[in-house]
Design a protein around this ligand. Structure first.
Ligand code: DX5
Ligand code: ZN
Length: 217
């Protein structure tokens, strides 16, 4: 299991140091939550902030766009240093065109579904994707309870990929901690995002280690 700490729960007054801290603590990717106050009822960071912390780590930047019109901002996030860009199937942009735009910038594309969206909605695009993200909370805020009943979506993506001979990673996001990660690990999740689970832990490195090793037990 790879671990992608979400900077949404870090100390925003010292983001650069926080990035260095989770890098040293063993993070595999850095998860960046971009919210526009329209697609979700919260506002967070944009390309300028992402660009400002890019030089603090070599770890991949996993950018999760919770915005209405992702296609209009792909160039900005590419220039900011995104390595993976994941956007919502529920957003307004044409999904195929957005994936093409992400790929044209040499970035790995991901699609994400909210809890009430059937995961089958992303199946037409599966062969174009690097990653599928399954939300395990309603997007918008950190610190919510993990929805274990989303795990059949993970299984469904894995089965569809196997049937079609595709190698697409599955990531889960929301409410992941050492208490909840085993359900995700059992379902075959490849990457877990964790905000409060990592940043509010007493020992960050230990919290990351427990998440990473959850699929070994
Ligand atoms: C929620 C975000 C998540 C959030 C996870 O909309 O997409 O990445 O930061 O935070 P926790 O791990 O606290 O649920
Ligand atoms: Zn996220």
């Amino acid at each position: 299991m790879k671990v992608a700490p979400s900077l949404l729960s870090c100390d925003f007054s010292k983001m650069g140091e926080e990035v260095i801290r989770i890098d040293k603590a063993g993070a595999d990717l850095i998860h960046l939550d971009v919210m526009d106050g329209h697609f979700v009822p919260n506002l967070t960071i944009g390309p300028a902030v992402i660009k400002s912390i890019r030089s603090y780590t070599k770890l991949p930047f996993d950018v999760h766009l919770m915005i209405d019109d992702p296609i209009d901002y792909i160039d900005s996030f590419a220039e900011a240093g995104a390595d993976i860009i994941t956007f919502h199937i529920e957003a307004r942009s044409d999904a195929a065109a957005t994936i093409d735009k992400i790929k044209s910038r040499g970035i790995l594309p991901g699609l994400v579904v909210k809890p009430n969206t059937p995961v089958e909605e992303i199946f037409p695009y599966l062969d174009q994707l690097y990653m599928v993200l399954i939300m395990t909370v309603e997007p918008g805020f950190g610190g919510q309870a993990f929805m274990e009943n989303m795990m059949p979506k993970v299984t469904a993506v894995k089965e569809e990929c196997q049937k079609r001979g595709l190698d697409v990673l599955v990531e889960v996001d929301g409410g992941i901690s050492e208490k909840t990660v085993s359900a995700a690990a059992k379902a075959g999740v490849d990457i877990c995002v964790s905000g409060t689970g990592v940043f509010k832990a007493k020992d960050t490195a230990e919290a990351i280690r427990v998440l990473r090793e959850s699929d070994m037990v």
